[in-house]
Ligand binder design. Structure first.
Ligand SMILES: Nc1ncnc2c1ncn2[C@@H]1O[C@H](COP(=O)(O)OP(=O)(O)O)[C@@H](O)[C@H]1O
Ligand SMILES: [Mg+2]
Length: 449
């Protein structure tokens, strides 16, 4: 069953239940109220009769007095103790034959239902003590007005209920359609995405800021993110292929050279093998970096533990010094600076920064570590070529290099700083660069403690 039909039927059924209960209450209260009113009238009539007739009236007086108070379809009786009939005046002999007279010591009112061939009739019987309590007065009346009004009320209530059901069905359909339209749109768009494989956003109608609007906006945000990621991925594939193209072209041309006359010429052969080896190494490094990058795109990649930034920097510096024989000094007042971080990833960042400092400077390199309040700060400072001001914002982009030729010579891919920033972002930290062309560069890592 469609959700609109379901909503419609359920709301209508529920509304009908409520209406039926309300109708019963209204009907019941109406009948009770009318009967009580009628009782009051009859008791009042009894009082009047007693006032008029007084102590011990003659039968004639009694007859006239009682007759005066007779209404249509009613009778009045005087009963003696032991239920004997003392006097009766009637306007409806059938009614008086059906209701048995009864002596009553106390004031009472009773409802009787008498069955006719055609329908039931409600009869009100009121009894009050009469003439010093030795007799009782009995006034009986058919509640004709009540019968008629009951029927009218029943008709009105049924008609209203039916009307309400019809309106509820119509209104429910309209409401369900209004609610479902954006959802149906969304389903349509999702189906289109499913068949075409191309993410697409929903066109959002200008409406109030309701849950459906929020749902459509959330859906659009999600789609935009997917679109963004897909674009990024496509860009990456294109950039990466482009990067791989240069070394592969070099390898291919040296291989061609070897094929033509390299093997006879020892000099050419050596040069070619050397170049092929170095370009292949370059490709290998590059693919390793690509894998690193792909790893960072995943969520929850960090393995956090309490690490000592000083010890980690010291060991990284030592490792690089052994290979490159460069002067790198660590300056810090603290013997230990503990931060929650992924040790391997932070080591990777430190090495990326030191690698850049070594590549783009020839002088010494200074590393500073300090605690600033809750923060831990690590700075790598070199006195090399520096970065032009207008380039500083670009160097975190993937594959971006200020001087392509130079960077190629030094074996850079333009991914180092991008990876460093991704890792710092995962740690909720910061990476900042201050640089002056020709004077040097300082890269700062800020960790939250
Ligand atoms: N310490 C530095 N001094 C001067 N230029 C730098 C320094 N660090 C980075 N750069 C510039 O930023 C670019 C991007 O750096 P990076 O992402 O590490 O790529 P790569 O080192 O592979 O070229 C480098 O190509 C270089 O132009
Ligand atoms: Mg680098």
């Amino acid at each position: 069953m469609k959700i609109t039909t379901k909503i419609n039927l359920l709301t209508t059924a529920w509304m009908l239940c409520i209406l039926v209960v309300i109708n019963f209450v209204v009907y019941f209260l109406f009948v009770q109220n009318t009967v009580t009113m009628e009782e009051d009238v009859q008791f009042h009539k009894a009082k009047e009769i007693m006032k008029e007739v007084g102590g011990t009236p003659t039968t004639n007086d009694l007859d006239t007095a009682l007759k005066k108070h007779l209404t249509e379809h009613s009778f009045i009786r005087i009963m003696g103790p032991g239920d004997e009939l003392i006097h009766q005046v009637t306007n409806d002999s059938m009614l008086s034959s059906k209701i048995e007279g009864k002596f009553a010591e106390n004031k009472e009112a009773k409802n009787h239902v008498i069955k006719n061939q055609r329908h039931e009739e409600q009869v009100l019987v009121v009894r009050v003590p009469f003439g010093n309590g030795e007799q009782s007065l009995e006034i009986v009346e058919r509640l004709e007005g009540l019968e008629a009004r009951k029927e009218t009320l029943k008709g009105i209530l049924i008609a209203c209920t039916v009307l309400a059901a019809v309106f509820s069905l119509l209104g429910g359909r309209w409401l369900a359609n209004t609610i479902m339209r954006p959802i149906s749109n969304m389903i349509k768009t999702m189906e289109e995405i499913e068949t075409s494989g191309v993410p697409k956003t929903l066109s959002i109608e200008k409406r109030e800021n309701d849950e459906l609007q929020t749902m459509a906006q959330t859906f659009n945000r999600m789609i935009s993110r997917i679109q963004g990621n897909m674009a990024k991925q496509a860009q990456f594939v294109s950039d990466a292929s482009h990067e791989l193209k240069t070394p592969l072209t070099v390898i291919k041309s040296y291989a061609n050279l070897l094929r033509r006359h390299g093997v006879e010429n020892k000099e050419i052969a050596d040069e070619a093998i050397q170049a092929i080896h170095s370009e292949a190494t370059r490709i290998q490094k590059m693919t390793d970096t690509f894998l690193d990058l792909a790893d960072l795109e995943k969520e929850n990649v960090l393995e956090i533990s309490q690490i000592d930034l000083v010890a980690l920097s010291r060991s990284s510096i030592k490792q690089l010094q052994e290979v490159y024989h460069r002067e790198i000094s660590l300056h810090t007042d603290a013997s230990r600076v503990i931060i929650p971080a992924d040790e391997l990833k932070i080591k990777q960042v430190i090495i990326i920064l030191l690698d850049n400092a070594m590549k783009y400077s020839s002088d010494k390199i200074d590393v500073y570590i300090e605690k600033v309040g809750d923060l831990a700060v690590l700075r790598v400072k070199d006195y090399g070529i520096g970065i032009p001001k207008e380039e500083i914002t670009n160097i975190f982009e993937r594959f971006y290099r200020v001087d392509k030729a130079r960077s190629r010579e030094t074996g850079g891919t333009g991914l180092g700083l991008h990876i460093a920033r991704s890792i710092m972002k995962l740690h909720l930290g910061e990476i900042n660069i201050r640089s002056e062309e020709g004077k040097g560069t300082e890269v700062e890592l800020v960790f939250v403690g």
